[in-house]
Design a protein around this ligand. Structure first.
Ligand code: LM2
Ligand code: CA
Length: 469
């Protein structure tokens, strides 16, 4: 275990999809820590298949060894990234691909970290796994080993998702290897896992694997949030996995898109009554790498709606919020910016290749707003019956969101103490207590008259040092 700073206490997760390790480290130091993000989610860190032609982003969802030399950098760079994030007070959550290894249809035998393997033969020498460590038929009832019935527990959990070699997670040996992989990361400082394809691993198998995990270097149990696409019922529904940890809230992302394309006044009741999983079990999101490609959620192509949805997510009281920063793509299978050999190159937020949502001034400052509002209930709700809303979080923070094409000028009840507040959507408070953008004055009765421009927001909160001008 390393000597580390303490976690900053925040809970907002920046999902830096397929940023390489050096870029994640720099982001923790320069942006995520200073802005109060509590954690960063990083791409799958294991060595993965390297195809012979183009290098789609999804190569990393086909692990071929549990070594940490990967498409995103070396093991040393991975460990240096974890240390840099910890030194900035930011936890690290890794995307854990544990349901499967590479696709049985893949003929490549080369990888980013130099592992020895052959997918067609179910052979992974560095772990090692051989054909006995994978599900065949039986237990999968289909001779082609595919999933035909997505409501059949045996098929979903013991057949192959997308022809990906399905690990026999019932076996003590496989459980031990997966736990060993996860513990190699925990021992390096990793604080939790986004569990990929968790719906495809039997709950009892996952529980056994999790029971073997070490405590983190910051003295906690690893935070676990599972990828469970909704749509199946009973034992395959998100709720059936909550005994093992939290779940990614897909329904939240879909409904948020619907409201921002409809009327956000409806969000007044947004929560469990909408069919969402319980708040304390929900890792909520505006989008992720799969959903932005499916176009089933808002994406960076949606302009102000995308920004405002993140602002709403950070202001609302539901779940553990994520901010998603990926790369721009024209085609679904595009590679992230990479060198000629497929290794991902440093994130550049200014040449239109990466989306860098985590740095957006309004979104990044809403992380501080979110942290200041912690534990405070929603109060002073206002809406215009259409696409403008406002609310406070107790007497600590207030936001107005205008998702319409016309400016809204209104005298709002903010719940805040009298004073001058920086609109953090467009301004930062300097060490001297001045605001680099516009300010809003709250009077002795807690009221403020302000204009919220079209497709924009105004957000105020009690900060230290206070904003005075
Ligand atoms: C996930 N969650 O459960 C990830 O969020 C998702 O991005 C992954 O799919 C999936 N599960 C497996 O980890 C991605 C991508 C797929 C890709 C797989 C494996 O969306 O298109 O499948 O990663 O790399 C690709 C090919 C597919 C082929 C498969 C196996 O697109 O046609 O299946 O590889 O060779 C025959
Ligand atoms: Ca499985």
């Amino acid at each position: 275990a390393q000597a580390v700073a303490a976690p900053n206490g925040g809970d907002v997760i920046a999902n830096l999809f397929e940023w390489n390790w050096n870029s994640v480290a720099a982001e923790c130091t320069n942006v995520l820590g200073p802005k109060g993000y509590g954690a960063v989610q990083v791409a799958p860190p294991a060595d993965s298949i390297k195809l012979s032609g183009a290098h789609p982003w999804w190569e990393v969802y086909q692990p071929v060894s549990y070594g940490l030399n990967s498409r995103m950098g070396t093991e040393a760079q991975f460990k240096a990234m974890v240390t840099a994030c910890h030194n900035a007070g930011v936890k690290v959550y890794a995307d854990a691909v544990i349901n499967h290894t590479a696709g049985v249809n893949q003929t490549s035998t080369s990888s980013y970290g130099g592992a020895t393997f052959n997918p067609v033969g179910y052979s992974y020498a560095n772990i090692p796994y051989s054909s006995a460590d994978f599900h065949g038929s039986p237990p999968c009832p289909n001779s082609n080993l595919g999933i035909n019935d997505w409501n059949n527990v045996t098929q979903v959990q013991e057949c192959q998702l997308l022809s990906l070699s399905d690990l026999n997670t019932e076996s003590d040996y496989v459980r031990g290897k997966i736990a060993g992989y996860l513990n190699s990361m925990v021992d390096a400082g990793v604080d939790g896992f986004r569990v990929d394809a968790a719906k495809h691993v039997a709950q009892a198998d996952m529980a056994n694997i999790l029971s073997r995990l070490h405590s983190t270097v910051w003295g906690a149990r690893p935070y676990v949030y599972q990828e469970i696409f909704p749509g199946s019922s009973g034992q395959l529904a998100p709720a059936a996995f909550e005994g093992n940890g939290s779940v990614l809230e897909f329904t939240y992302a879909y409904k948020l898109k619907d409201q921002f394309n409809g009327s956000i006044a409806n969000l007044k009741t947004f929560g469990a009554s909408w069919g969402l999983e319980p708040s304390d079990k929900s890792a909520v999101m505006v989008t992720n790498h799969d959903l932005e490609r499916d176009r089933t959620t808002l994406t960076y192509n949606d302009g102000s709606k995308y920004q405002l949805a993140h602002i709403f997510e950070l202001a609302w009281t539901y779940g553990t919020p994520q901010v998603y920063s990926g790369f721009r793509f024209a085609n679904k299978d595009d590679s992230p910016p990479a060198d000629a050999n497929g290794y991902v190159t440093d994130t550049n937020c200014s040449n239109n290749t990466w989306t860098c949502t985590d740095r957006d001034q309004g979104i990044a400052n809403m992380v501080g707003w979110h942290n200041a509002a912690r534990g405070q209930s929603v109060a002073n709700w206002w809406d215009n019956g259409g696409n403008a809303i406002a609310f406070s979080r107790g007497d600590k923070a207030w936001v107005a969101i205008n998702n319409s094409a016309t400016a809204v000028t209104q005298t709002f009840t903010t719940g805040l103490a009298a004073g001058t507040y920086c609109n953090v959507i467009h301004g930062d408070v300097t060490a001297a207590g001045t605001c680099t953008g516009g300010t809003v004055t709250v009077d002795a009765t807690g009221k403020a008259t302000t204009t919220v421009p079209a497709g924009d927001a105004v957000a105020l909160y009690t900060q230290a040092p206070p904003c005075t001008a």
